[in-house]
Design a protein around this ligand. Sequence first.
Ligand code: ATP
Length: 356
Amino acid sequence: MARLQIQAVSKKFDTDYAVREVSLDIADGEFMVLLGPSGCGKSTLLRMIAGLEEPSEGRILVGGTDVTDAAPQRRDLAMVFQSYALYPHLSVAKNIGFPLRARRRPRAEIAERVAEVSATLELSALLDRRPVALSGGQRQRVALARAMVRDPGAFLMDEPLSNLDAKLRSATRAELIALHQRLGATFLYVTHDQVEAMTMASRIALLNEGRVEQCGTPAELYDQPRSTFVAGFLGAPPMNLFPAVVTAAEGALRVTADGVDAALAITDDLDAATPVIAGIRPERLRIDPAANDVRGTVRMVENLGSEELVHLDAGATSLCVRAARPAGVAAGENITLRVDHADIHLFDPDTGLRLT
Ligand code: ATP
């Protein structure tokens, strides 16, 4: 088991920083997900922790020991790649036992560990097969078994589910959650898939252009996004974000935009006439003929099976409403929406940072 400490780590390739001053303290046994769009520096950060890439600045500690300059095999970490990197000419058993053979462990010990790990991952019946005769999900489990066989302090995983189809990915997600609970080991997991991050992480570090934009539990990032970037990244469809102004009416604050005029929670931090970016999640907008927080015209209705996405033009403000099916509205119809003041997020239009 190992605590991972990343202290002000940066990585510069030529003139550009791929990772900038990232600091993360990952507790022993935590499931930390590095999330972010393509090119934000997730893989580079993971590779520096694994020892496959050298930081330009900063320090990396595993279990309290500074490993910044240590070779990968001296870090007590196991890495699982997207491609699985199995040896095609070796059987499943030999693939799994490889890290122990490389360390010249006794044959009996290797056989025992391979049997144990294979039982844990339900691979016992497949030990004689070659990787080519396995499904994607089975290959993924062999790669995991090979990482587990040494009993490392922490597992580093780089998009290990991205080669699986949607159904298998969701099943393997559940397996990984169970495995993490059973092993109690530290997991550091890279993905650009917000569903993986939301369902598996004990904490998410959301990266943007090499920096940590926000680090917290999935609920913290979803419910209290620190910035418009976080608000727009998590949630499908994402949070509605639109320019608005804070106004005062009869001693209470409201948020107004084209087609929007809704009460805000009482707050001492805001003045009337403050320009803002307002944010409302699609599932927090409710179609209600008796309401007048939002008024608009339905542009299009998307049927998702269990739900419908109602796209609305409220003046110049475009909004998406997520409603149970049937929403009972059609394109061209004028409708009104209700929104609770607790569900309105406000951000600074210049910095994108959360205001309240
Ligand atoms: P993806 O999800 O697409 O894999 P990522 O978030 O993992 O992206 P990285 O692979 O860490 O992103 O890349 C971060 C930035 O660093 C990118 O702009 C990339 O082009 C750059 N980069 C990565 N490796 C190198 C390298 N060896 N030399 C130069 N630039 C690199």
